[in-house]
Design a protein around this ligand. Structure first.
Ligand code: AGP
Length: 356
């Protein structure tokens, strides 16, 4: 897992190389047997971390491409029997391309005459064979049960897909595309800088390892990042963790807060920063210990309230969830090392879940 974590900058770069034309700096997707301009709706489905990548993809597709998106975990999507107009887009996300629930969801979407686009890391997988079009993540083999680099590669592909869909649908002009592509191309070097924060992440791990329960918070596209952080912690450290949309805390989970339940928050300086910070202040006022992932622009205000923080480079809002994912995964890894659990092969889990 440690090796794969360190491959984040490389796989983001490799995935971009496949999706962005270096000369024109425009997103270039493979030929598709349907037109993104006329797709009435997208349905995203996946499991586990791939599902959280899909949640971030939904923010992008709705916001930039103005495409209505429905999303659910694959194991539930099938039972909902969602009414879908023929010609809609089924967007499946999977590292392995073999996950039984995602494959079953693909087949049930296929029966509804939707176009099947899969974002896959293993390009010769069952899902690849059954899809109309595959967008490959160039993450290389991912061996550790906990998905890391495949997740940021999935986000990179979804970001490019959102840009291409926005261009096709006329919701993004050339200057807008230029700004988003520049932010993406800048990411591999910004991602490499995250590893300088190792000492701060290890300090946070010393606090988290003592906890029985941990709350992860985020707003907007940082909410799925919080979910990814909580899943990674549960998966490899066996510490109970829950992710909440920061604004939901006052509707229940705030009653859990005391000194024994650390709060891990993802709060880069985006338009949602002030609101996230005010949620964190509410938690602090109730005795919460705040461990915050922020960036150079948010650092001053975060340091005034947080017990500890990790300061990442400030990047465009669009790519912030990709960068912010790396330290939450690193935190889980460091806690697992302190606990002495089997990081790469956690109990009860398999790399690819081929039973429903
Ligand atoms: C993530 O760390 C997990 N091991 C798990 O949630 C995984 O993302 C999920 O099982 C989906 O797998 P897939 O991407 O191969 O379909």
């Amino acid at each position: 897992m440690e090796k794969e974590l360190h491959e984040h900058p490389l796989v983001i770069g490799q995935t971009l190389q496949r999706m962005v034309d270096p000369a024109s700096r425009r997103v270039m997707l493979p030929e598709m047997p349907f037109d993104l301009a006329s797709v009435p709706r997208a349905v995203i489905t996946a499991c586990g971390s791939a599902f959280y990548a899909g949640m971030i993809g939904r923010y992008w597709l709705e916001d930039i491409a103005r495409l209505p998106v429905d999303i659910d975990v694959a194991s539930e999507m099938r039972y909902r029997n969602p009414p879908l107009t023929a010609g809609s887009l089924g967007l499946l996300i999977s590292q392995s391309g073999e996950t039984a629930d995602t494959l079953a969801a693909l087949r049930s979407l296929r029966e509804k005459a939707v176009h099947i686009l899969s974002v896959l890391n293993v390009e010769h997988s069952t899902m690849a064979r059954e899809s109309d079009v595959v967008l490959g993540t160039v993450a290389g083999p991912e061996i550790s049960v906990a998905s890391t680099k495949a997740f940021t590669a999935q986000l990179t592909v979804l970001a490019c897909l959102s840009i291409a869909a926005a261009r096709a649908r006329g919701t993004l002009d050339e200057a807008g595309e230029d700004a988003l592509v520049s932010a993406l191309l800048d990411l591999p070097s910004r991602a490499a800088e995250v590893f300088t924060q190792g000492p701060a992440i290890r300090r946070m791990a010393q606090i988290v390892v003592e906890a029985r329960d941990v709350l992860y918070l985020g707003r907007g596209s940082m909410f799925p990042v919080a979910m990814e952080g909580a899943l990674k912690l549960k998966e490899i450290t066996y510490i109970h963790a829950e992710a909440y949309a920061a604004g939901e805390m006052k509707h229940g989970p705030i009653s859990l807060i005391d000194r024994t339940v650390p709060i891990v928050a993802s709060a880069p300086y985006t338009p949602l920063f002030d609101k996230t910070l005010s949620n964190l202040q509410e938690a602090k006022a109730r005795g919460g210990r705040l461990l915050v992932f922020t960036d150079t622009k948010g650092a001053d205000r975060v340091s005034a309230i947080a017990e500890d923080m990790v300061m990442l480079p400030h990047v465009h809002d669009f790519v912030a969830p990709i960068l912010q994912t790396i330290p939450v995964q690193m935190l889980a890894y460091e806690v697992a090392v302190l606990k002495g659990t089997d990081v790469d092969q956690p109990r009860n889990l398999a790399k690819s879940v081929t039973v429903e």
